[in-house]
Design a protein around this ligand. Sequence first.
Ligand code: NDP
Length: 309
Amino acid sequence: MSIVILRQDDKIDEWKKALKARAPHINVYSYLEEHPKDDMTMALVWKHPKNTLSRYPNLKCISCSGAGVDFIFNDRDRPKHLPITRVVDPYLASDMSEYVLAAIFSHIKNLNHYKLEQTQAKWSPKSYLRIQDVSVGIMGVGELGKTLAKDLVQYGFKTLGWSNSKKRINGVNSFVGEAELSLFLEQTAILVCLLPLTNKTKGILNKTLFTLLPKGAFVINVARGGHMVDDDLMEMLDKDHLSGAVLDVFHNEPLPTSHLYWQHPKVHITPHIASVSDTASVVPQIVENYERLMSGQPLLNEVSITKGY
Ligand code: NDP
């Protein structure tokens, strides 16, 4: 009865140490070390290497160490009968909200513009926007989106949310499904994507959608690169229909050095750091799920296999 950690970055040791510190009685292995394959009960994964999950005949659960599980659904080798859990964590939500607020404030006070002007020693004052005159539309009002929505309301932004089901959050105008998407978009000056990447949301940030936003709208994508049609975004920026974009996520990460985004004056890039799982905060729920698995109790934060999130 053990946990195997499957991830390709340099954080395996950090996760292993955190798990061992929290639960010394659980055997925890990196997939890179010798480990008895038939003893692995839970796989703790983050962008795991291909063809690894099927090596474990007695696996009972795939535990994602982040919030987004799209990479697990995209793994054809994944044993389809296994439950998948993900991280729901207050720090993940508040870190995300702080990032998006920083991007919004930077935009409405023209800080991106001045950074660019500075490289040319240009002194060119520009009028700025006030919070009460700015509407922010959030696509995806789930664990992360709802925290952001509440923070935006508290600051005084006009706040709109778009999701699969109706949300009742004080001060938030909730729109549901495809039927209400255009109504949502036409009232949105700053669009934030916080959707999961699924078959239904892949490529949703495209020319048709951007056209429905008012001229001068600003786009923030902190969800997944697969939501964005890159050429459509650049076309709408170049035509001045969109005033700019903050992008934290990309089709290929790291973003290839040859990508046109790097040089685009209206695109602001960060390297997928909007919100990162904090082992100190997340490990207790991984351990709790392991204990639940062992005692046959329902798992926490299980994703819907049919919905894909
Ligand atoms: P949740 O699953 O809690 O929320 C997803 C939201 O999207 C829900 O409100 C859901 O609606 C809505 N939704 C899903 N599909 C559709 C659809 N087809 N049409 C309309 N609404 C839809 O996810 P989280 O908030 O925890 O995370 C969102 C995403 O953020 C993750 O999947 C991940 O990709 C990304 N992320 C990015 C990070 C970064 O650092 N850049 C860090 C962490 C996460 P309903 O509520 O009605 O089901």
